[in-house]
Design a protein. Structure first.
Length: 370
């Protein structure tokens, strides 16, 4: 007889761990399946926005414990395609925590809450009216797909992957911190094969996470990614380079009804302006875990929760992504941010959290277009 669980979470990363924590808080039995042994590395910029920590604090976790050993990063430097540079303090500091560390801490917290973790590669599932069958050996009232950009569960329920124009690819490694441990995150954009950008996020102890990404539709190659990184962060010479696909929120699917929920990268929740995904991951995971109690109506409940919490932001970030196809627009926005801390904060919130296109920022950018 197949094992029966209230909730099966496929994927033990931030979205999956948050889903498990929320489902356990609602009284559900939870099984987490992941093909990897944790701790494990994950290709990412490693940046953790304070808003992501707020979500996890709401699930009962201590942000200080999650970021222990990683110094706060209070400042952000932005460089536009035209060369405009603005560096300011963020309204709240961010953290840079290697995913090998951060994801393991989150998963440990989910297990401590009563979820069971099992190493298993999910190969398929079948949704029935009364349950979901996973690999013929497990049944669940609800399955949360948190299995990343190449989600097996997403394919199994017939949701197509993002098209190339809504998918980025990034390469990431670790290098000496070019900022000299000044506590500055750097995002540098370029007009070549736009939209494309590089980043350098300080880890402390003289090291930084550095990388470069652009759209798949540009015909990018590994050599092109390395050339882009060298052009924007000359002399970085990172080690441990790995690449990863990023399904952007501009191509996100309609979240399905029923007992299978898509969260994080599996739902194409990646910010199209910055490639940030941790905030979206923990927030969507938490919403999915909370919605799991609705059983056959979980999909509808989850879709409504995501729309209430992120709908307006996602529309605004998509609009900003469309407008950013013209580098002159980015130049104007960055000049406006250089002139006004409030505009800078608006830009950061839109790219790294759940901010919106405010009238203040639109007016300020329009003035600098002229």
């Amino acid at each position: 007889m197949a094992e029966r669980w209230d909730v099966v979470v496929v994927g033990g990363g931030p979205a999956g761990a948050a889903a498990a924590l929320a489902a356990r808080a609602a009284g559900c039995s939870v099984l987490i399946l992941d093909r990897a042994v944790f701790p494990r590395d994950k290709v990412c910029g490693d940046g953790i926005a304070p808003e992501a920590l707020d979500v996890l604090a709401g699930l009962g976790l201590d942000p200080a414990a999650l970021t222990e050993g990683s110094p706060a990063v209070p400042r952000l430097r932005l460089r536009s395609p035209g060369g405009t540079t603005v560096e300011r303090a963020m309204h709240r500091p961010a953290f840079v925590v290697p995913r090998e560390v951060f994801d393991h801490r989150l998963l440990q917290a989910a297990v401590a809450s009563g979820a069971e973790l099992r190493r298993h590669t999910v190969r398929g599932l079948t949704a029935h009216p009364a349950h979901v069958e996973v690999d013929g050996s497990l049944t669940a009232g609800v399955v949360v797909a948190a299995d990343g950009a190449e989600s097996v569960v997403r394919r199994a329920v017939g949701v197509a992957p993002n098209r190339p124009r809504h998918t980025a690819i990034a390469i990431r490694g670790y290098a000496p911190d070019p900022g000299g441990d000044r506590g500055v995150q750097v995002i540098a954009t370029t007009g070549q094969r736009w939209p494309a950008y590089a980043w350098s996020f300080p880890l402390g102890a003289g090291r930084a996470n550095v990388g470069y990404g652009e759209l798949v539709s540009s015909g990018v190659t590994r050599a092109g990614l390395l050339a882009g990184l060298d052009a924007l962060l000359p002399g970085a010479e990172p080690a441990g380079l790995r690449a990863h696909r990023l399904p952007l929120s501009t191509g996100r699917p309609r979240l399905p009804d029923g007992r299978v929920l898509l969260a994080g990268d599996a739902a194409s929740l990646i910010n199209p302006l910055t490639g940030e995904g941790i905030f979206y991951a923990v927030l969507s995971g938490a919403l999915a875990g909370a919605a799991a109690v609705h059983g056959p109506a979980a999909g509808r409940a989850y879709r409504r929760a995501v729309s209430r919490r992120l709908g307006r932001h996602l529309r605004h970030s998509s609009t900003a992504s469309w407008a950013s196809r013209w580098p002159v627009v980015m130049d104007a926005a960055f000049r406006a941010a250089a002139a006004d801390q409030r505009v800078f904060d608006d830009v950061v919130d839109l790219g790294l959290a759940d901010g919106r296109l405010t009238a203040r920022t639109l007016v300020a950018a329009a003035r600098r277009l002229r």
